[in-house]
Design a protein around this ligand. Sequence first.
Ligand SMILES: NC(=O)C1=CN([C@@H]2O[C@H](COP(=O)(O)OP(=O)(O)OC[C@H]3O[C@@H](n4cnc5c(N)ncnc54)[C@H](OP(=O)(O)O)[C@@H]3O)[C@@H](O)[C@H]2O)[C@@H](O)CC1
Ligand SMILES: Nc1ncnc2c1ncn2[C@@H]1O[C@H](COP(=O)(O)OP(=O)(O)O)[C@@H](O)[C@H]1O
Length: 502
Amino acid sequence: MQTLLTSVQMRKADEYTIANKPIASVDLMEQAAKSFVKNFIRDEPDAGKNIAVLCGKGNNGGDGLAIAYLLLGAGYKNLKVYLVNFSAQKSDDYTINLQRLEETRCLKIKIDQPSAFKNINADLIIDAILGSGLNKPLKGDYLELVASINQLNKKIYAVDAPTGFFAEGKIPAPYNGIKAYKTICFQRPKINFFFPESVAATAHFEVAEIGLDEDFIQKSTTDFYLIEKQDVAERLKPRKIFSHKGTYGHALIIAGNTNTMGAALLSSMACLYAGAGLTTACIPQSGLTALNAVLPEVMALPRDEYTRIENPAKYQSIAIGPGLGVSIENERLLESLIANNIANNKVLVIDADALNIVSDRQDLLDKLPVNSILTPHMKEFDRLFGEHESWWDRVETAKNKARELKIVIVLKNQFTFICTPGGKVIINPTGNAAMAQGGMGDILTGIIASFAAQGYSSEDAAILACYIHGRAGDDLAKKRIVVTASQLAKRISKEIRALTGS
Ligand SMILES: NC(=O)C1=CN([C@@H]2O[C@H](COP(=O)(O)OP(=O)(O)OC[C@H]3O[C@@H](n4cnc5c(N)ncnc54)[C@H](OP(=O)(O)O)[C@@H]3O)[C@@H](O)[C@H]2O)[C@@H](O)CC1
Ligand SMILES: Nc1ncnc2c1ncn2[C@@H]1O[C@H](COP(=O)(O)OP(=O)(O)O)[C@@H](O)[C@H]1O
């Protein structure tokens, strides 16, 4: 899993690399510039375009100068460098790169006041004014300049971070920094790129390797981690020779209601395709025909208002909530499960209406069995734990609650945050907007229940499920504008196979 670091920690990684690799600071900057240029040329191969490179006087500006030099060398002749001269101080590597650029015929224009940057003739802008050194909100000349750059409505590529964008912590609203089309950042994504508010700062981001000491970065203390394909491949256990259905656990899905039977079918289908040995769906009588017709492999446990799960110990995992409905009977059912699962130490997955029930019964939160998994989307989360103004605050609450209640909270979004009892925030990078359709969360719940039934820990079940769910969506979206929940469910097994390589 990749560690995600703050700007201050990344600076320490720069310093460590410079001291221990060893490599001169200016050479590290050159590597960063080369990495940026490689990605930029891939995206913008037309060397005839008019490009404006805006450089501040710190190391971000130094990167900008090195990038300009390299782009000129690569044949991008219609390039102008704008030297933003609002600060007295300049970094050493900025000075070195400026001297090198002096030796070329590159056109350099000094910007002493914001009004100097108007009516420029550029197809593209490269923003290297301020990067990860940002330590206060933009104001004065910087703010004015940034506003006039944004007003030009040009395609902007930001170097490492858009000017004015805080890499971590609450993103101030309204955002007043550079609005980039893409940010090419160095070595690690900024933590804040995973928060929805960052879309105001950059529509896209990508990471360019610059040769910082990976060992140092990986050993740095952080709460934030990013799942990589390898983490999933390592966790997935191949199916064993001589195994049988009993080897892969029995999952119970308590879901569905008269008008929301589909949710139960989708969760059960996902549970099947993710490999549980046995799946039982606890659904109302009215859904039995549908279940038998659509999912003949799934067993049924008809549910009425008096239903209590007899012998819950025979299930290795129990998921409750998709399409369930909020009623006093369902509240009692959930309450009995919570009490039972504490005794049986089985994994309980709580989703959708079961979360809504808990929102009105806050006392149940404290009674949740250790390692229960909650899978709220934003609204369900705020109903449970109170309104949040920003995603940073929401994730902080999720992190604290997961630790305090010793549970796993899967806070769903474009990038889903998996908060663990150990205080980690594990970010899932897979998934896309084609998946934004009803039923997608039901599928996730089914996959989590399936992995939990197969004996994976709650944390691993959540990690595997989120990654595989998103990856299936990504693969399907290559040829579609929308991916339906049923399509995704049917893809799960193939994704797992591809990831295990067996
Ligand atoms: N070897 C390396 O280190 C490598 C670094 N790399 C590159 O360095 C970048 C970080 O560079 P950096 O630390 O020099 O900071 P940068 O973003 O250029 O800002 C300059 C100064 O601006 C100031 N300032 C802050 N906020 C402000 C505000 N709101 N309004 C006005 N001023 C403000 C603040 O100075 P202060 O005001 O605190 O004196 C700050 O120090 C990083 O993003 C990457 O591109 C790569 O080349 C890889 C190798
Ligand atoms: N734009 C998106 N990018 C990535 N994943 C998405 C996107 N939209 C939805 N998803 C995923 O789909 C699921 C939606 O869950 P939820 O809102 O509970 O759906 P439902 O209640 O309709 O089943 C989550 O796992 C979420 O991460």
